[in-house]
Design a protein around this ligand. Structure first.
Ligand code: R1X
Length: 244
């Protein structure tokens, strides 16, 4: 078979289990935890590595920022035979309980982006796979994160900095949504429509209502939380490899 048109990877080289993250540089950092690492391609924002973690073959792929671009990546991964995807990401806090340095396992995503309604009506829920969520939560509790570990609903948006329209963060905060980011709804909808399993873990990098005043994700507490979520995601994939 020829290369995937956008990821530029030969489908036969793609394992069934994968970690995805937004940042191509973070994909490289995650790949350093693997043995027999190979960089398969670096095409646009999509960087693909494969390797083994505790004897389990996995891929690490970057999906860029935002749902439409990320969905292209997820769709091509599914076409190549990937059956389980875990997103390792960062997000802004929406709750008083979980702040910078905490880890959140996303059980479902509010579909406040524009992409997924072009795939399936908006009444369809963007939910995680429960086995993936359970494995991530268990692994996150053991990952020594600098903050608390929680699980619950997250918000997926397209807007990062605000314009002149009021963003819906306050409403979702009242409704108990824990964090906001930009790609999980796309991941869960693609996974549900294509019949694969998906989950996501997020390191909180600041207060979602303060991004316009000053967003600084480059703090040591965030780096520690990201390291912890990477350990958790790798641990969860090892468990999930035994539960196909
Ligand atoms: O999902 C969000 C987006 O990919 C989280 O971080 C990025 C924006 O800084």
């Amino acid at each position: 078979m020829s290369l995937l048109p956008i990821l530029r990877v030969d489908p036969k080289d793609m394992p069934e289990l994968a970690i995805v993250c937004g940042d191509p540089f973070r994909a490289e950092i995650i790949s350093q935890q693997l043995e027999q690492v190979k960089e398969l391609a670096y095409s646009r924002e999509y960087r693909t590595f494969t390797g083994e973690y505790k004897g389990v073959r996995i891929a690490v792929v970057s999906h860029g920022v935002g749902s439409p671009g990320a969905a292209v990546c997820f769709e091509e991964m599914v076409k190549a035979g990937v059956k389980t995807i875990i997103r390792v990401g960062t997000a802004g806090s929406l709750s008083d309980r979980y702040k910078t340095g905490s880890l959140i396992i996303s059980t479902a995503a509010v579909r406040e982006e524009g992409l997924t309604r072009q795939l399936v009506p908006i009444a369809f829920p963007a939910v995680a796979d429960s086995k993936v969520t359970d494995a991530l939560y268990e692994a996150a509790l053991e990952a020594n994160a600098p903050g608390a570990v929680g699980k619950g609903i997250t918000l997926t948006m397209d807007a990062f900095f605000s314009g002149v329209v009021e963003l819906p963060h306050a409403i979702y905060r009242q409704a108990g949504v824990l964090a906001v980011e930009m790609e999980i709804a796309a991941l869960y909808v693609v996974a549900l429509l294509r019949g694969i399993r998906a989950g996501a873990i997020l390191a909180l990098d600041g207060d979602s209502t303060a991004v316009d005043e000053g967003y600084d994700p480059h703090r040591s507490i965030v780096a520690e939380a990201v390291d912890a979520e990477i350990r958790a995601a790798l641990g969860a994939l090892v468990k999930l490899a035994e539960q196909p």
